[in-house]
Design a protein around this ligand. Structure first.
Ligand SMILES: [Zn+2]
Length: 135
């Protein structure tokens, strides 16, 4: 793929909001047991992928960020894949192109799709009453 000097910031937002942690874990082959918290802060909790531990202290948050509260590694979906796979920057870009078809050239479309999706969810939620709004 064409190498660019500068990747627009929206590219990372597109990945963080369009790619689910579940898909990432499946692709990289992490099958450790997960605890999911649906409310009010949505996250998955698992054993840290970057240090050895017996009890889970890594949190994967909705919205594409993660943090291990034991070894303090922190980042987003892009950084997670890069670090876990030992990829360099462009190899990570290729990973998201291969598995999710998101590239620094087409990311805008993914952001637009996500905005549309959120708007539709809000419309649905309004029918259920205000107390079911996510935020
Ligand atoms: Zn850790």
């Amino acid at each position: 793929m064409k190498r660019r000097k500068h990747v627009p910031r929206g590219y990372y937002d597109a990945i963080n909001y369009s790619v689910s942690w579940g898909d990432i874990l499946r692709i990289v082959g992490i099958t450790t047991s997960l605890k999911a918290n649906p409310n009010p802060v949505r996250y998955l909790k698992l054993k840290c992928c970057f240090h050895k531990e017996r009890t889970p202290s890594m949190y994967l948050y909705e919205g594409g960020t993660f943090k291990c509260y034991s070894c303090n590694v922190i980042g987003d979906v892009f950084g997670f894949v890069m670090r876990l796979k030992g990829f360099d920057y462009w190899k990570t870009v290729d990973f998201f192109k291969k598995h999710f078809k998101i590239t620094p050239d087409n990311f805008q479309k993914f952001i637009e799709d996500r905005i549309k999706e959120v708007r539709e969810q809000v419309v649905v939620k309004k029918d259920d009453g205000l107390d079911t709004l996510p935020f």
